[in-house]
Write a protein that binds this ligand. Structure first.
Ligand SMILES: Nc1ncnc2c1ncn2[C@@H]1O[C@H](COP(=O)(O)OP(=O)(O)OP(=O)(O)O)[C@@H](O)[C@H]1O
Ligand SMILES: [Mg+2]
Length: 245
């Protein structure tokens, strides 16, 4: 209970703009759109019993941003970028700390043996590790796991079945422009007209649906004609067939 109260308190007092928002908007303040996913994740965060959620989807669909927002808003979290993370390091952290929310980015990149470590704790709440001379350490814990993955096929069947899977689809044009508008205003103080121009130009002229392309351009523009020029140069020097259409 004390944990929950501190979650609400930390969210409430961290940013005055957040105060009038509902719970899911507070947890995921920097994610544009996905109201239903925000609601489902918020319910999971405050649920009495652990639940494990896997966000899947194409690059730049905000999977990592969702995890980082949780890292920012919640206490007792541990964030793991599975690229390069080690299973023993994760186990050591879980044994030594009272982690409640484990956030694993790109879980499919985790070694198979490390993925296996998670199976038991997800199912039974018992963290178990066999050490030298077959000595086993155990710890009972309530652990919620929120993970992301581009390629769910790389996960073992048993691990995948322990997650509730939510697939984020590629953005449609309206969503893409809305994200460009909101993101560029907030992060780069660009006005609506120029943000929209970047969004439409990336989508229509670069044939890219990747918000990261919008951000790259936003970092370099000052005027509307800068946008045209940057798109032109990028198109000129782009390797053929490097974009989805
Ligand atoms: N819905 C969104 N709201 C806010 N920012 C977004 C949204 N979608 C994408 N972005 C922006 O796009 C960039 C990429 O997002 P993110 O890193 O979350 O993608 P990802 O789904 O984790 O991609 P990858 O599979 O390549 O890791 C970030 O800078 C993020 O701010
Ligand atoms: Mg990511």
């Amino acid at each position: 209970m004390a944990g929950l109260i501190s979650i609400f308190a930390s969210i409430l007092f961290s940013n005055p703009q957040k105060q009038k928002l509902n719970l899911e908007e507070k947890f995921f303040f920097n994610v544009v759109g996905y109201p239903d996913i925000k609601k489902l994740l918020s319910k999971s965060i405050v649920s009495k019993e652990p639940i494990h959620i896997l966000l899947t989807g194409p690059p730049s669909s905000s999977k990592t941003v969702f995890l980082l927002e949780m890292l920012d808003s919640l206490e007792d979290t541990y964030y793991v970028d599975a690229v390069g993370a080690s299973g023993p390091g994760l186990m050591q952290h879980l044994f030594r700390n009272d982690t409640k929310y484990l956030l694993i980015d790109e879980i499919d990149k985790m070694k198979k043996s490390d993925q296996a470590v998670l199976l038991n704790v997800m199912e039974t709440g018992i963290l178990s590790e066999t050490k030298l001379k077959n000595k086993t350490s155990q710890k009972k814990m309530k652990l919620w796991i929120f993970a992301t993955s581009n390629d769910v096929e790389r996960l073992s069947g048993p691990l995948r079945s322990r997650f509730m899977e939510l697939h984020l689809d590629e953005y449609i044009l309206e969503e893409f422009i809305e994200i460009a508008r909101r993101l560029l205003k907030k992060q780069y103080q660009l006005d609506t007209a120029i943000s929209e121009k970047i969004g439409y130009s990336v989508w229509n002229k670069m044939k890219s649906k990747d918000i990261r392309d919008v951000i790259k351009i936003a970092k370099l523009v000052k005027t509307s004609s800068d946008v045209d020029w940057l798109i032109e140069v990028q198109n000129k020097y782009r390797k053929k067939n490097s974009r989805m259409t």
